[in-house]
Design a protein around this ligand. Structure first.
Ligand SMILES: [Zn+2]
Length: 394
């Protein structure tokens, strides 16, 4: 049985303990007592050192706690000094106590019960049984939580019999003696984690992303220095956006919305002009192309590169004219596009499919419009094959 020193003093960072057992070649160590917190109840393990060796994981094995080390411990018995990485531990204490506070405020204000909690390396989340969590309600809860932080209420630990303990936020499944963490005049919760001694040490609480999940609503939150670091990163990102828009950070969202709308309008205007240009150029090429023996004008468009969509726009413009056929190629990518007008008597799909198959390419389409791709060196050969096939039909 390992004595858990963190139960009664979450601020203990240096301790002496007696080695009980060492396994895995000195990398897994059991002690008679420890201040290093093992991953449990959602709270992540502490790091630190044991006998000068780095602690990389702490595992709760119910009656015992295993300390996993980066390098083997030199000794297998006797006394050893342990140290807790305080920055990491205190951060966990801030997030964990902040979670108790947030759960209490959400339930007291709105009756939303916490169904699960996840503490992450960057942010933590809390799931409540609410179908929807309007932003205004979340903002009010955030404000209330920060008021309680400023009130610096005491956070204490007591041990009570589970059957006799009253006023717990959530009924415990345990029996016998339970550990209860109390935020003065706000919350009593059964918990085995590490907490700060007064709400002021939570530092501050910031709500972030909110999303609907199967069991209700997931609320992301950060506390203490993490909240400061997060707000700092948010400001850096927002001020970068504002600088590129030459506006203030408070105007950035509105300016982005304006620019997006302007871009959409610009794109619509560009498409309209491109269509008009395609129609104009199609007519020009059509008139410059002599009709074949059956009176069909076959426009061949060779482009080094460009988008297939642009080529399609031009193909549709050509094929909208009477007795017209179109063969287009993007030489750099080996893309081939074939089109025919309804009254041309020529087909696109099967003709292109056959020509591509013979050249080791792939593609096809409808009798009116077809597309495909082939090795770049063979693209021109496919163009000729399509024209030859049409010659045979003529
Ligand atoms: Zn707790």
């Amino acid at each position: 049985m390992t004595q858990r020193l963190y139960y009664n003093d979450a601020y203990l960072t240096v301790f002496d303990a007696t080695i009980v057992e060492v396994t895995e070649g000195g990398r897994r160590v059991y002690l008679d007592r420890t201040a290093l917190y093992p991953t449990s109840g959602g709270q992540l393990f502490d790091t630190g050192t044991l006998g000068g060796r780095r602690v990389v994981d702490v595992v709760d094995e119910e009656s015992r706690i295993a300390h996993l080390l980066a390098e083997p411990l030199a000794q297998t018995s006797g006394s050893v000094e342990g140290r807790v990485d305080w920055a990491r531990r205190f951060d966990h204490m801030q997030q964990h106590t902040g979670q108790h506070l947030l759960s209490a405020v959400l339930e007291d204000l709105y009756g939303w019960k916490t169904v699960s909690v996840h503490f992450g390396d960057e942010t933590s989340t809390l799931d409540v049984d609410a179908g929807a969590a309007p932003r205004a309600k979340l903002d009010a809860a955030e404000w209330r939580a920060n008021e309680v932080i400023a009130e610096n209420r005491s956070v204490g630990v007591s041990y009570e019999d589970a059957a006799a303990a009253t006023g717990l936020r959530k009924a415990t499944e345990r029996s016998g003696e339970i550990r209860i963490v109390t935020i003065a005049e706000l919350d009593r919760s059964a918990c085995g984690g590490t907490h700060v001694r007064a709400t002021g040490e939570i530092g501050g609480l910031l709500l972030r992303r909110v999303e609907q999940v199967k069991q209700g609503t997931r609320i992301e939150f950060v506390c203490g220095l993490r909240a400061v670091a997060r707000a700092r990163a948010d400001y850096a990102s927002l001020s970068g956006i504002a600088a590129s828009l030459s506006c203030g950070v408070d105007e950035a969202a509105a300016v982005v919305a304006q620019r997006m709308e302007a871009a959409r309008e610009g794109e619509a205007a560009r498409r309209k002009l491109a269509k008009e240009l395609d129609a104009y150029r199609a007519r020009e090429r059509y008139e410059a192309t002599p009709p074949d023996a059956r009176g069909v004008r076959r426009v061949v468009e060779r482009r080094a590169e460009g988008s297939l969509d642009d080529l399609k726009g031009f193909a549709h413009a050509v094929c909208a004219l009477p007795r017209a056929a179109f063969v287009g190629v993007l030489a750099a990518s080996g893309r081939v596009l074939v089109g025919t007008s309804e009254d041309s008597g020529l087909v696109a799909g099967t003709v292109l499919k056959d020509a591509l198959a013979a050249a080791g390419g792939r593609g096809g389409g409808s009798p009116r419009m077809a597309q495909g791709a082939v090795a770049v060196a063979r693209a021109e050969g496919v163009v000729q094959a399509v024209l030859n096939a049409w010659d045979r039909e003529t």
